[in-house]
Design a protein around this ligand. Structure first.
Ligand code: ADP
Ligand code: MG
Length: 224
């Protein structure tokens, strides 16, 4: 288990008579970046909820070793809390403001620390959600289509940011996405969920594999 942050065997999650996850096996190593593809309704979000401990109506063996953070497609910020409070909420025994400020600097939102969530753009709100996930220093970061609602340029900037954060903190990552290019660009391993199981695995070439001109474009987009 030590070198795995996730170890799942024969996981079954059933809604009524339908087995959405049907004897699924999955391993994620510590510090590994895994992308998960699969058709709409194939059970990707269900799997993430199980791994996050939000759904326990399952059978099989689910082991997650360490702390887990989740970021969803909708950032789900609390509108009545300032940005920095959204980031530090639920942290105990630390100086929440200092921790939030550090995380907000990492996602390049320092100047929005005092802002109300409603004043943020979609990309900014998503970055707050990433900062909120990161302050927990998770061993496992679950990302459920976090970039799906963003415009193409913001999405590129977010790819760069997520890659940089991953390099800096090295959590295990399980990223659900519909975007095959995104999966190939970011992940060490690309999995396909189909009919309740992991049916295919693809190993992209080793890093670095960023497209040089795209990298420059992303650097420009992220300066705001
Ligand atoms: P994905 O994220 O891959 O699009 P989901 O995991 O959200 O798929 O859903 C997989 C299937 O499980 C869908 O058919 C969905 O309708 C069903 N499902 C998910 N949650 C529930 C629930 N709480 N009750 C009944 N069916 C559900
Ligand atoms: Mg989903």
């Amino acid at each position: 288990m030590a070198q795995h942050v996730v170890r799942v065997r024969e996981l079954v999650r059933q809604f009524g008579t339908r087995k959405v996850l049907d004897n699924l096996d999955l391993d994620v190593r510590r510090g590994e970046f895994v992308a998960l593809l699969g058709r709409s309704g194939s059970g990707k979000s269900t799997l993430l909820r199980v791994l996050a401990g939000l759904d326990r109506e399952v059978s099989g063996d689910v082991r997650v070793d360490g702390t887990v953070s989740v970021a969803f497609q909708q950032p789900r910020l609390l509108p009545w809390r300032r940005v920095w409070r959204n980031v530090s909420l639920g942290l105990h025994g630390v100086d929440g403001r200092a921790v939030a400020d550090r995380a907000l600097a990492e996602v390049r939102l320092s100047e929005h620390a005092e802002a109300w969530p409603i004043t943020l753009s979609g990309g900014e709100a998503q970055r707050v959600s990433l900062a909120r996930a990161l302050v927990r220093e998770p061993d496992l970061l679950l990302l459920d289509e976090p970039f799906g609602a963003l415009d193409a340029l913001t999405r590129l900037a977010m790819h760069r940011l997520v890659e940089d954060l991953w390099q800096a903190h090295r959590p295990g990552v399980l990223l659900v996405t519909h975007d095959i290019d995104e999966a190939l660009q970011l992940a060490d391993r690309v999995l396909v969920l189909d009919e309740g199981r992991i049916r295919a695995e693809h190993l992209p070439p080793p890093r670095p594999r960023r497209h040089a001109d795209l990298t420059e474009l992303r650097d420009r987009v992220l300066v705001d």
